[in-house]
Ligand binder design. Structure first.
Ligand code: SF4
Length: 260
């Protein structure tokens, strides 16, 4: 038998998902956090995904495969989840997050959460890159900010929660390192030793640490909500570099780069 706050949370979750009515753009009932993040890259990519469907790319596929290798998960019951995250010592477990923000019903699943005593301590996003892991892109930062906000909206005590975007250069870890990567990163975050890990993997890994700021995260969503609420048309990228790298450049009517 779960305690009352948890029972209440699961009930609210059920009600939230039952409330979907396809009221947003493209008759979407819920807006994914990753889609909001995508809007910060190019809103037209979302529009193209609805029109042409997802276009698989080698980068996306190898990124997903590496991601799954670095962060393997195992499904557990709600009871097991509650027992695990309620422990005083830090534990690792993810759950789907959800909530209403800026007139939207937003949902998502963070890569990784570190818990202690039923409270989220760290929300972590892992991003792989072929290039330099040192820059933090706006879409990546905003994604983790919104995950944090949704945990807050769900009623968790987020007073000690921090956010991390860990960027890793792909192809830099041995098989053994991959197996223990998430434990290493978690341990370093918990013990405030992430700089040591960065030094060890200099030029190959960077952990961007952020404070959880409710108003800032709300703004991330509300400033992009007009697209979903059909109040305005999508805005396209002004960067030729982005269009050159975009998988929709051969079909996109707004592309600034046309492949030959
Ligand atoms: S080609 Fe350019 S404008 Fe079109 S979706 Fe891609 S990034 Fe956006």
């Amino acid at each position: 038998m779960l305690s009352e706050p948890w029972e209440k949370l699961w009930k609210s979750e059920e009600e939230f998902f039952d409330s979907g009515q396809g009221e947003f753009r493209h008759e979407t009932s819920f807006v994914a956090v990753s889609s909001i993040a995508e809007q910060y890259y190019c809103e037209y990519k979302l529009e193209n995904a609805f029109t042409f469907g997802e276009i698989p790319t080698e980068t996306k596929e190898s990124g997903t495969a590496l991601h799954d290798e670095l962060m393997p998960t195992e499904r557990i019951s709600k009871e097991e989840f509650v027992k695990l995250v309620s422990k005083k010592e830090p534990t690792l477990a993810v759950l789907g997050v959800w909530g209403s923000v800026g007139g939207l019903k937003v949902i998502g699943t963070p890569d990784h959460i570190i818990w202690s005593g039923g409270k989220p301590m760290w929300v972590v996003e892992l991003k792989t890159t072929r290039g330099d892991p040192n820059p933090l892109w706006e879409d990546q930062e905003n994604q983790v900010r919104v995950y944090g906000l949704l945990l807050d909206r769900m009623g968790f005590d987020c007073s000690k929660m921090r956010l991390a975007v860990v960027r890793l250069k792909s192809g830099e870890l041995s098989e053994d390192e991959k197996k223990e990567w998430i434990l290493r990163v978690s341990e370093a975050l918990i013990r405030n030793k992430i700089q040591g890990l960065e030094t060890k993997y200099q030029g190959r890994m960077k952990a961007h640490l952020l404070e959880h700021e409710v108003e800032r995260a709300e703004k991330v969503v509300s400033s992009k909500a007009g697209y979903w609420l059909n109040e305005r048309e999508p805005v396209s990228s002004t960067s030729i570099g982005k269009c050159r790298a975009c998988e929709y450049n051969s079909v996109c009517s707004k592309s600034l780069f046309k492949p030959t």
